[in-house]
Design a protein around this ligand. Structure first.
Ligand code: SF4
Length: 65
C-alpha cells in the first residue's frame, strides 16, 4: 500500500503525526503534513491506515498498489 498526502487539503492538525510518527511529519513552519515514507512497513501499516481515517480534512488517502 502507498500513502498519498494532499498538502493543499491538509489543515495541519497533526493527528496523523500523533497516530504514526514513523510515517508522518509536519513542516516546521506551516504544520502541513510531510510523508517520511510513502510505503509503510508492516509495523506501521495499521497505524498509517488509522491515520488516514482520522484525518479531519480528508487530506490522506491510500493506494493499494
Ligand atoms: S491529520 Fe490530516 S490535516 Fe492533520 S496534519 Fe495530518 S494530513 Fe494534515
Amino acid at each position: 500500500m502507498r500513502i498519498i498526502a494532499d498538502r493543499d487539503r491538509c489543515v495541519g492538525s497533526g493527528q496523523c503525526v500523533l497516530t504514526e510518527p514513523n510515517v508522518f511529519d509536519q513542516d516546521e513552519e506551516d504544520g502541513i503534513v510531510e510523508l517520511l515514507v510513502e510505503r509503510p512497513d508492516a509495523d506501521s501499516e495499521k497505524n498509517a491506515r488509522q491515520a488516514v481515517q482520522l484525518c479531519p480534512s480528508q487530506a490522506l488517502s491510500i493506494s493499494e498498489e
